[in-house]
Write a protein that binds this ligand. Sequence first.
Ligand code: ZN
Ligand code: ZN
Length: 348
Amino acid sequence: MNALDLNEHPHRRWNALTGEWILVSPHRAKRPWQGQVERPQQQTLRRYDPTCYLCPGNKRAGDQVNSPYTSTFVFDNDFSGLQSDTPSVSLGQGELIVAHGEPGICRVVCFSPRHDLTLAEMDTQDIRRVVDVWTEEYRTLGGKPFIDYVQIFENKGEMMGCSNPHPHGQIWAEKSIPVEPSKEGHQMQWFWEIHQRSLLEAYLDRELRTRERLVFENADFVVLVPFWAVWPFETLVVSKRVFGSLLDMAEGEKDSLADALKRMTARYDNLFNVSFPYSAGIHQAPTDGVEHPEWHFHMHFFPPLLRSATVKKFMVGYEMLANPQRDITAELSAARLRELPDVHYKQR
Ligand SMILES: [Zn+2]
Ligand SMILES: [Zn+2]
């Protein structure tokens, strides 16, 4: 038997963070990079849009009016997927029909008063304000007795179902630990019990030694394409120091996170010279009142684009029925992202 060649042979990769598997078919993507690079998009958005429900001073649903905010702005989602007065009780009809009431709170975070910017084009100090808002929201929401987990995330671009280009994200805080962080928490706990060490810290050690999946690093964060990446240009932003949540971050680390977000999102936009769509979010320790030494703060970026501004990876067929699959290897994607400039194409 020949040795397994990860650049040649179809293989399964284990996602150490979730315990799941993905299929990689590198032989289908061995041709050199042929991505189309689009001409830079013309800026068509206005700084202020009178019809936008997120712009300062504008009206929202139910006659709510936004404050004339000048940096960030947070409010309860007018179409909230969770409600704080939901009874936290169970309904069981035998062993197969099971439901639990799920109280929670949904918030919207406007990153900037400017309608025409994205994180990639915002100044680093303005992104730092967003990090501060996330920290305060995590503290306040997570401090409520009926909130065990706070999910901070952003959907960007119409491809990700976000119809309003105004830079904003969401926070869903709820009674239960949802499926994805729950899987990761389980893996982190398993590793912690064996090694008394953070799983992601051990993983980062390996990645910093080989550097083949690294995109870039700054003083406090490493950005890489994880070995087990599913989306073509998926990345993981991991803190170098082990801590569980935004509340444990030093001032300098918050600056570093803002810097990492600015530079990663700029690289994404530079990949195809378009405002790069993605879903991104923070995974951090649950707020269930239990110590979580195993939890290691990180962010995920899940971008759907495959090889141009318009060609999207679909999760269909085999993915829906078996497990995720990709052609281009994580190593090739990392090399491609690594060679891009940090400076946004509109700001050069
Ligand atoms: Zn707006
Ligand atoms: Zn995660």
